[in-house]
Design a protein. Sequence first.
Length: 135
Amino acid sequence: SKLSPAAVALVSDIARNYGLTALAPDTDGVLRVDIDGQEVLLVFSDAWGSVFLTSVLAITETLPDRALYRAFALRSRFQGRTTRIAREPNSGALVVVAEISLNGLHYAAFALAMAGFLADTRLARAELSLVAVDG
Protein backbone atom coordinates (compact mmCIF):
# COMPACT_ATOMS: atom_id res chain seq x y z
CA SER A 1 0.00 0.00 0.00
CA LYS A 2 1.09 3.56 -0.61
CA LEU A 3 2.28 5.38 2.49
CA SER A 4 1.46 8.97 3.37
CA PRO A 5 4.25 11.55 3.06
CA ALA A 6 4.56 11.62 6.89
CA ALA A 7 4.96 7.83 6.99
CA VAL A 8 7.53 7.89 4.17
CA ALA A 9 9.52 10.56 6.05
CA LEU A 10 9.45 8.48 9.25
CA VAL A 11 10.60 5.32 7.45
CA SER A 12 13.41 7.33 5.84
CA ASP A 13 14.48 8.68 9.23
CA ILE A 14 14.44 5.18 10.76
CA ALA A 15 16.59 3.84 7.90
CA ARG A 16 19.04 6.72 8.23
CA ASN A 17 19.25 6.27 12.02
CA TYR A 18 20.09 2.58 11.63
CA GLY A 19 22.52 3.17 8.76
CA LEU A 20 20.39 1.30 6.22
CA THR A 21 20.38 2.21 2.55
CA ALA A 22 16.78 1.09 2.10
CA LEU A 23 13.93 0.22 4.38
CA ALA A 24 10.41 -0.39 3.17
CA PRO A 25 7.19 -1.74 4.62
CA ASP A 26 5.62 -4.84 3.08
CA THR A 27 2.58 -4.67 0.80
CA ASP A 28 0.28 -4.42 3.84
CA GLY A 29 2.09 -1.32 5.12
CA VAL A 30 3.87 -3.24 7.90
CA LEU A 31 7.50 -2.56 8.71
CA ARG A 32 9.33 -5.13 10.85
CA VAL A 33 12.28 -3.89 12.90
CA ASP A 34 14.45 -5.68 15.43
CA ILE A 35 15.45 -3.58 18.41
CA ASP A 36 17.67 -5.24 21.00
CA GLY A 37 16.40 -8.67 19.98
CA GLN A 38 12.74 -7.66 20.13
CA GLU A 39 10.71 -7.65 16.92
CA VAL A 40 8.47 -4.61 16.68
CA LEU A 41 5.92 -4.25 13.92
CA LEU A 42 5.20 -0.73 12.73
CA VAL A 43 1.77 -0.73 11.10
CA PHE A 44 1.01 2.45 9.16
CA SER A 45 -2.63 3.54 8.92
CA ASP A 46 -3.48 6.36 6.53
CA ALA A 47 -7.08 6.27 7.74
CA TRP A 48 -5.98 7.00 11.31
CA GLY A 49 -2.95 9.12 10.36
CA SER A 50 -0.96 7.00 12.76
CA VAL A 51 1.65 4.34 13.14
CA PHE A 52 0.83 1.47 15.48
CA LEU A 53 3.75 -0.18 17.31
CA THR A 54 3.03 -3.84 18.02
CA SER A 55 5.01 -6.56 19.77
CA VAL A 56 3.84 -10.12 20.38
CA LEU A 57 3.91 -11.21 24.02
CA ALA A 58 2.45 -14.71 23.76
CA ILE A 59 0.04 -16.96 21.98
CA THR A 60 -2.93 -16.74 24.34
CA GLU A 61 -3.58 -20.47 24.37
CA THR A 62 -0.30 -20.83 26.29
CA LEU A 63 -1.34 -18.48 29.10
CA PRO A 64 -3.57 -19.38 32.05
CA ASP A 65 -6.60 -17.13 32.63
CA ARG A 66 -4.97 -15.54 35.69
CA ALA A 67 -2.00 -14.41 33.58
CA LEU A 68 -4.38 -12.93 31.00
CA TYR A 69 -6.12 -10.91 33.71
CA ARG A 70 -2.76 -9.66 35.01
CA ALA A 71 -1.78 -8.71 31.46
CA PHE A 72 -4.84 -6.52 30.95
CA ALA A 73 -4.46 -4.99 34.44
CA LEU A 74 -0.92 -3.78 33.57
CA ARG A 75 -2.13 -0.86 31.47
CA SER A 76 -2.17 1.56 34.40
CA ARG A 77 1.58 1.02 34.85
CA PHE A 78 2.59 1.68 31.23
CA GLN A 79 4.61 4.78 30.32
CA GLY A 80 2.81 5.40 27.04
CA ARG A 81 -0.67 6.85 27.33
CA THR A 82 -1.79 4.94 24.25
CA THR A 83 0.00 1.68 25.12
CA ARG A 84 -2.29 -1.23 25.82
CA ILE A 85 -2.41 -4.99 25.76
CA ALA A 86 -4.76 -6.60 23.28
CA ARG A 87 -5.51 -9.82 21.47
CA GLU A 88 -4.55 -9.84 17.81
CA PRO A 89 -7.82 -10.80 16.10
CA ASN A 90 -6.42 -13.09 13.40
CA SER A 91 -3.93 -15.12 15.45
CA GLY A 92 -5.30 -14.69 18.97
CA ALA A 93 -1.84 -13.62 20.14
CA LEU A 94 -1.48 -11.37 23.16
CA VAL A 95 0.26 -8.19 22.00
CA VAL A 96 1.43 -4.85 23.32
CA VAL A 97 0.27 -2.08 21.00
CA ALA A 98 0.72 1.70 21.02
CA GLU A 99 -0.55 4.35 18.64
CA ILE A 100 1.58 7.32 17.59
CA SER A 101 0.06 10.11 15.53
CA LEU A 102 2.06 10.95 12.41
CA ASN A 103 0.73 14.52 12.43
CA GLY A 104 3.77 16.74 13.03
CA LEU A 105 5.84 13.78 14.22
CA HIS A 106 9.60 14.25 14.13
CA TYR A 107 12.14 11.48 14.61
CA ALA A 108 13.23 12.53 18.12
CA ALA A 109 9.63 12.26 19.36
CA PHE A 110 9.24 8.91 17.62
CA ALA A 111 12.46 7.60 19.21
CA LEU A 112 11.23 8.69 22.65
CA ALA A 113 7.85 7.00 22.07
CA MET A 114 9.63 3.83 20.87
CA ALA A 115 11.80 3.79 24.01
CA GLY A 116 8.67 4.04 26.16
CA PHE A 117 6.99 1.30 24.15
CA LEU A 118 9.99 -1.02 24.60
CA ALA A 119 10.02 -0.28 28.34
CA ASP A 120 6.29 -1.11 28.52
CA THR A 121 6.90 -4.34 26.60
CA ARG A 122 9.74 -5.32 28.98
CA LEU A 123 7.46 -4.57 31.96
CA ALA A 124 4.72 -6.78 30.53
CA ARG A 125 7.18 -9.60 29.85
CA ALA A 126 8.64 -9.38 33.36
CA GLU A 127 5.24 -9.26 35.06
CA LEU A 128 3.99 -12.22 33.04
CA SER A 129 7.31 -14.11 33.14
CA LEU A 130 7.48 -14.26 29.34
CA VAL A 131 10.41 -14.35 26.95
CA ALA A 132 10.49 -12.57 23.59
CA VAL A 133 8.32 -14.14 20.92
CA ASP A 134 8.91 -13.73 17.19
CA GLY A 135 5.81 -12.28 15.51
